[in-house]
Design a protein around this ligand. Structure first.
Ligand SMILES: [Zn+2]
Length: 191
């Protein structure tokens, strides 16, 4: 994705102000006076993944390893917003891969997750994007990603069961072709 310029916070604040008015609120009342600016600031932060790219996030933080065992990082917290309602969804992500000599620093995996989470998303696509990035960056033999998340657009609007969780997975390379590898990943990832 092309690097995008910083959004204009003043413009966003003005839009939020007319949104509040349209919703029947008085944006000039005390409690709401600073709300448009706050919302603008928070939206810019929550979408900063648009202005990041994997290369810059990873920043060459690789290690070499002689072994090719499975590496798993699980319970990576994620907070994102669904692109259909712009409401939060949040949960946990597990990433596993079998390297071919190139291993990523653990914190970098979490930062890749963050980068994709801070965009308007659908969970399925985000899961694939993370898997593809880890594959591209490490040249791994196989990659697996599982995300479990709760969507507030379901819970708050009462369309689905309030406590339902959505589980998505993406498996590439040997994680896709080799059933034993896939099972090892899924059991270690606690899915
Ligand atoms: Zn939604």
């Amino acid at each position: 994705m092309k690097q995008k310029k910083e959004p204009d916070q003043k413009k966003i604040a003005a839009l939020v102000k007319s949104l509040l008015r349209e919703l029947g609120e008085d944006p000039e009342r005390d409690g709401l006076k600073k709300t448009p600016e706050r919302v603008a600031k928070s939206l810019v932060f929550l979408t900063r993944g648009y202005r990041q790219n994997v290369k810059a996030v990873v920043n060459g933080a690789y290690f070499s390893t002689g072994t090719n065992n499975m590496v798993i990082l699980k319970d990576i917290e994620l907070y994102s917003m669904c692109e259909h309602h712009m409401l939060p969804f949040y949960g946990k992500c597990a990433i596993g891969y079998i390297s071919q000599g190139k291993v990523l620093g653990v914190s970098k995996l979490a930062r890749i997750v963050d980068m994709y989470a801070r965009r308007l998303q659908i969970q399925e696509r985000m899961t694939e994007e993370i898997a593809n990035s880890v594959m591209d960056e490490t040249g791994a033999e196989g990659v697996g990603v599982v995300i479990r998340a709760r969507h507030l657009c379901m819970a708050m609007r009462g369309v689905e069961k309030q406590n339902s969780e959505m589980v998505t997975s993406s498996v590439l390379g040997s994680f896709r072709s080799d059933e034993k590898v896939r099972h090892e990943f899924l059991s270690l990832a606690g899915v």
